[in-house]
Design a protein around this ligand. Structure first.
Ligand SMILES: [Zn+2]
Length: 435
């Protein structure tokens, strides 16, 4: 479980990230207000924002590489709609607030502090190798190939590239948020802060104020202003109640696909190249923020999941076999996500030395994900060997439907059970075991 100390550490870290936004918001608002219309050749106001992809520079995330499709929204933005502070700490063209073009998921991604990019990248660079080793031990498959340089020196090279991007997978950024859910969606980003105001404010009122008021200097310091505290607590409580109208994380995760990262078995959507993983740092930050968990640990969970896809597809067994790419892509989500989730769950338990809340985060996500992400929960009886054996069978066969995979699981479990019964019935060798 996530301990209170962990939650607090996460909140403190995240708040620092949000505080850094102040200057950026003001700067971008000034810039936008000075612009009478979009710059020549720009598809929208947003396309003028610098991209953050691998620049290492802390600026606003720029997931606007794919401009919104033509429509009322794009038209409104192209006309250089005036931008104003909307009271949420963010910056939205006023056409998104109330009437006019719909708010989209990308608008929330634009509010994610760039500080999270560094945290996700740190996990990728410093923890990727360890997660790789954990999954190699669990699957007993190899993702590395031995290469020789010009001098004949041999070294192991990983066959899967791991990249970092803002935004989310193609098409998801433009998902519209219904008007009645806009406020709740926006408030969800500050739910942990609102919880802290409500809970800590109430605790201070009940336990701190009476003690402080016993001192004359304490009464002078409070000087009647303590009356504002119950109002602040009530406001935070009311705003949290509004958040409950809309579960932002569930809404983002309900699509039957990975959204915080993607595994591309063929390297791209068309796919005939080397496998590739993309981690979407802004989406990881957004979901981590809304859940009130450590963004680093969430990034570790996402990386474990995407690497689990890579191992189950491209990992080579002792005979050098892997899953043919078209066949792997042809399997339904229940088989692909089931296997990835099976190894993610076991992987999270093995990385708790550097990601102590990984298993708790995995569990919390599971409740909000589609059924294909929970399929592995019915495989428990097969154990690691049973699932591995069924996976190897499936890889040899090619395209596998869920019912077939479940049949492989049942048969491998039966074989393993009969083998263990046979071992238990074997007579002891002289000098070993029973006298
Ligand atoms: Zn997946």
């Amino acid at each position: 479980m996530v301990t209170p100390a962990e939650m607090w550490r996460c909140r403190a870290t995240d708040r620092r990230g949000f505080d850094e936004l102040g200057g950026e918001v003001a700067e971008r608002r000034r810039t936008a207000e000075e612009v009478e219309g979009p710059p020549p050749g720009a598809a929208s106001l947003r396309s003028g924002v610098a991209s953050t992809r691998d620049t290492g520079v802390a600026v606003w995330p720029g997931p606007c590489r794919r401009p919104s499709p033509p429509g009322p929204r794009s038209v409104a933005l192209k006309q250089g709609a005036p931008v104003r502070h909307n009271g949420t700490g963010g910056l939205l063209p006023n056409t998104l607030d109330g009437q006019g073009a719909a708010m989209i998921l990308g608008d929330l991604l634009d509010l994610v502090p760039p500080a999270f990019k560094g945290q996700v990248d740190d996990v990728r660079q410093r923890r990727g190798r360890r997660i790789h080793e954990v999954l190699r031990d669990l699957t007993r498959l190899r993702l590395q190939t031995r290469r020789r340089d010009h001098a004949g020196e041999a070294s192991d090279a990983t066959t899967v590239a791991i990249e970092l991007e803002a935004g989310m997978p193609v098409g998801m950024r433009d998902r519209p948020i219904r008007e009645e859910h806009r406020l709740a969606a926006m408030l969800s980003l500050w739910e942990p802060e609102l919880a802290a105001i409500e809970e800590n404010g109430a605790a201070f009122l009940e336990n701190g104020v009476p003690v402080i008021e016993e001192l004359e200097s304490g009464r002078a310091a409070l000087a009647g202003r303590v009356r504002a505290l119950p109002e602040a607590v009530a406001l935070a409580r009311d705003l949290r109640t509004l958040c409950k109208d809309f579960d932002l994380v569930r809404w983002i995760l309900e699509v039957d696909a990975d959204v915080m990262g993607t595994y591309l078995p063929g390297g791209s959507q068309r796919g005939s190249g080397r496998p590739r993983i993309v981690l979407y740092w802004a989406c990881i930050g957004l979901i981590g923020k809304a859940m009130g968990v450590s963004v680093r640990d969430l990034a570790a969970v996402v990386l474990t999941h995407e690497l689990a896809h890579a191992f189950t597809h491209a990992g080579r067994d002792i005979d050098g076999h892997s899953w043919a790419t078209p066949a792997y892509a042809g399997c339904g989500p229940y088989v692909r996500e089931g296997l990835a989730q099976w190894y993610t769950e076991h992987g999270c338990a093995a990385i708790e030395d550097f990601a102590p809340t990984a298993s708790a985060i995995f569990e919390a996500l599971l409740d909000r994900q589609p059924a294909s992400y929970r399929e592995h929960r019915s495989w428990g009886k097969a154990g690691l060997e049973g699932v591995r054996s069924a996976m190897l069978q499936a890889r040899r066969q090619g395209v596998v439907e869920l019912e077939e995979f479940r049949a492989f699981l049942a048969s491998s479990s039966k074989v393993l059970r009969s083998e263990s019964v046979a071992r238990a019935g074997q007579p002891s060798l002289p000098g070993f075991g029973e006298e």
